[in-house]
Design a protein around this ligand. Sequence first.
Ligand code: SF4
Ligand code: SF4
Length: 83
Amino acid sequence: MKSTSSRLQKKIKELSKLTYKAITILPNCKSCGTCIKFCPLNIRKLNDQGKAITITSDYICGGCSVCYHRCPNNAIKLISLKK
Ligand code: SF4
Ligand code: SF4
């Protein structure tokens, strides 16, 4: 029982050091604007090629996954980053 608890605590500690970010698989993006419309932090914008990307701003994408689930073209994936 104790070892299960310590494994769980170790896992929780590992996960607490991770954050997530949405990135675009550019060839899959059809520029529909859905992710831009629904991102709660307003950090999805069209780049010079008209593809939606996650921008750097005062707000940091923590990977809430709204854009990931809304994209009709599977053009977004969430990557894990160390904090
Ligand atoms: S929802 Fe998907 S296809 Fe539409 S603009 Fe965003 S990344 Fe591109
Ligand atoms: S994961 Fe959430 S916060 Fe990050 S870009 Fe997508 S909708 Fe915005």
